[in-house]
Write a protein that binds this ligand. Structure first.
Ligand code: GLN
Length: 194
């Protein structure tokens, strides 16, 4: 946690941007909507929302944001990042199928749209032991599957024996969408991490 009150932003390109901004306001934060490098320079923590990872990746590159995010995230004290769903795909070092313009920051291997048709979208209660959470309402929407977390990447929660929430130093990913629920516990955790 930095000494001053951290400033938190949401990458405002495509996807569940408004939902994350609303969730952060509910946590008492006045969030920054991050559309360009100038906005990015104002934040200590950045949420990359769910949406379409190919689109977000392409536009992030076009707006000159990808390189800046990588630079600032590689110094752990400068930028903390939380990727939800498509955001998780964009943070992964290995994407097993298709290749959106990834930030390649986190030691996980991920597969896009990898739950079968019947499980395309579903909701379940998750235990997150290190956060002392027994029952987080996790909403999965055309979610990716994390096949492997390696090196310093730590698994915080699993669904059916596979990681769905992983943390590595200043990076956090969830393949589900806390911003679509009323439960702010993971948003609050991200504020603590930043
Ligand atoms: N299926 C999307 C993708 O691969 C991710 C879905 C989501 O973010 N809810 O980019």
């Amino acid at each position: 946690m930095s000494t001053k009150f951290p400033s938190i932003g949401v990458l405002d390109i495509q996807g569940s941007v408004e939902e994350h901004l609303t969730a952060l306001r509910r946590c008492g934060v006045n969030p920054v909507s991050v559309k360009n490098a100038e906005d990015l320079a104002r934040v200590d923590g950045l949420i990359i929302p769910g949406g379409e990872s190919t689109t977000i990746g392409k536009l992030m590159k076009k707006y000159g944001l990808g390189g800046e995010i990588i630079k600032r995230a590689r110094h752990p004290h400068i930028l903390t990042i939380w990727g939800t769903c498509a955001g998780a795909i964009l943070l992964a070092k290995k994407i097993l199928n298709q290749r959106p313009d990834s930030l390649s920051l986190m030691n996980v291997e991920i597969s896009r749209n990898a739950y079968g048709r019947q499980l395309d979208s579903f909701e379940t209660l998750l235990a997150i032991p290190s956060l002392e959470i027994k029952d987080f309402p996790a909403v999965f929407i055309r979610a990716p599957r994390i096949k492997r977390a390696f090196k310093k990447a730590k698994v915080l929660a699993e669904y059916n024996g596979e990681p769905v929430m992983v943390e590595e130093e200043n990076l956090l990913i969830t393949t589900f969408h806390p911003e679509l629920t009323d439960d702010m516990r993971i948003h609050k955790y991200f504020l603590e991490l930043t």
